[in-house]
Design a protein around this ligand. Structure first.
Ligand SMILES: Cc1ncc(COP(=O)(O)O)c(C=O)c1O
Length: 448
């Protein structure tokens, strides 16, 4: 596939789209269908956006010689060549981290990090409930209890003010999640961690190149975890990484991820320490190494598009774009906003999303209140968890989920569009804005 997203093409399409948008925003008014084409697509009108969106992930012909070379070499295992270590050095440099360890996935990066930061069976870990389920599961796999801080509805990330009241004598670590590539407010999180001697493991699985106060996400806590799974901005099918400013921590991670083989500054008592096989393969590393320039170029485009969407969507009553912490830059794995049905004639969020999708703008409600989905109940009913915590603690834990009011609000009102759409031309992006505006104009008819 050609590099068809040039900056010039992106800017060229912007002007015409802007004119169409001002025409549309001048048209707010009563719910009268001027013509069939003006009706919501869900009610038989013509969709605002008729084309598709960029498929994801993408392939480049230019990558093929190196990919073939690594496959033909039959040196696929991490230890058989230097591609994985080359990737680790390059990714650390890209982020300004001291060191990086490649892993099999983001989930395994989290599991390794939790172990190395001393999280053990029966410990508690404070994390965000608003995340991909792997964050919960990596903690549960460690036989620790994920204790949820509340979500700030303005930022969709962990509300630092809700952390301290959840700390117990078993709390060992905080796992802030830079959800959708939006940095958490790390200064207060790090301050609380320091005060209570807790480790900070950043779940940066959606936050490649995101920045907080001049530092890249993944370099702000003790360690940071990344995912390169297929949907991600830099994908290799599966894959992950751990980054840190501490060489010693990464050496510990290396030992644990490589069947417990001690390495570098970290030497276990014998040849082995405890560990598993969570290694990345050479072809994955080669695929990742070739995507650095693409990642950086596309991150700039996503940022420009997100700024443009925020400037325009915030003018529509009932649509609230997300606020970022001061002096931070997101990378927009999803572009999310909160939807207020009261400003749309009580058109439910589900019906709004259905209507927006019918206009050719696919969207979703993203994460739900996953802590009620059964996996926590299953964990706390298990023999292991019952051995590790008192009945009283597990009951109080289950009841405390009802206190996550901010998170409930976020789960009930958020609408997200995926990162690949942010790479579209400006005129296509204008379709997103125009479609939402059109649904507001016709919200009473849609709500019937
Ligand atoms: C926030 C978050 N944490 C953890 C993970 C787990 O990463 P992986 O799918 O590579 O195991 C993901 C992946 O989607 C994620 O988005």
């Amino acid at each position: 596939m050609k590099e068809d997203l040039t900056r010039r093409g992106f800017i060229r399409t912007g002007a015409a789209g802007g004119a169409a948008l001002s025409w549309l925003s001048a048209r707010r008014g009563p719910t009268v269908f001027a013509a069939d084409s003006d009706k919501p697509a869900l009610l038989g009108g013509t969709p605002v956006h008729k084309g598709g969106w960029l498929p994801w992930p993408q392939w480049r012909e230019a990558w093929e010689p190196k990919m073939l070379e690594v496959y033909r070499s039959c040196k696929w295992f991490r230890g058989s060549g230097t591609h994985v270590t080359d990737f680790e050095a390059a990714y650390a440099q890209l982020l300004g981290a001291r060191k990086c360890l490649a892993t099999a996935s983001g989930t395994t990066a989290l599991i390794v990090s939790l172990h190395v930061m001393g999280v053990d069976a029966g410990d508690e870990v404070i994390t965000s409930p608003y995340t991909f389920i792997a964050t919960y599961n990596s903690i549960l796999t460690t036989k620790a209890l994920p204790v949820f801080a509340d979500t700030d509805p303005a930022t969709l990330t962990m509300d630092p003010a809700s952390i301290e009241s959840r700390i117990t004598d078993r709390t060992r670590a905080i796992v802030p999640v830079h959800i959708f590539g939006m940095p958490c407010d790390m200064d207060p999180i790090n301050a609380i961690a320091k005060k209570h001697k807790l480790a900070v493991i950043e779940d940066a699985c959606q936050a490649w190149l995101a920045e907080y106060k001049g530092h890249k996400c993944g370099t702000i806590g003790d360690v940071g975890c990344f995912s390169f799974q297929e949907s991600k901005h830099i994908p290799s099918g599966e894959g992950g990484a751990i980054t840190s400013m501490s060489e010693e921590l990464i050496d510990r991670c290396n030992a644990f991820h490589n069947c417990g083989r001690s390495i570098g500054s970290f030497k276990g008592k014998g040849s082995f320490t405890r560990g598993n096989n969570y290694r990345m393969m050479q072809p994955q590393a080669m695929l990742l190494l070739q995507q650095f320039e693409k990642l950086q170029k596309e991150t700039a485009i996503r940022r420009e598009t997100a700024d443009y969407l925020t400037a325009n969507l915030s003018k529509i009553p009932g649509i609230t774009p997300v606020r970022l912490p001061e002096n931070s830059r997101a990378v927009w794995h999803l572009y999310a906003f909160r939807y207020d049905a009261a400003q749309f004639n009580r058109l439910s969020r589900d019906r709004f999303m259905e209507a927006l999708s019918a206009e050719g703008v696919p969207c979703s409600s993203v994460y739900s209140e996953q802590y009620y989905d059964g996996l926590l109940d299953e964990a706390i009913a298990s023999r292991g968890f019952k051995r590790l915590w008192s009945e009283q603690r597990l009951r109080a834990y289950r009841e405390s989920l009802g206190a996550l009011k901010g998170n409930k609000q976020v789960c009930d009102t958020t609408v997200g569009i995926t990162q690949n759409m942010l790479l579209a031309s400006r005129s296509d992006i204008d379709h997103i804005i125009a479609a939402i505006q059109k649904l507001r104009t016709h919200s009473a008819a849609l709500a019937k």
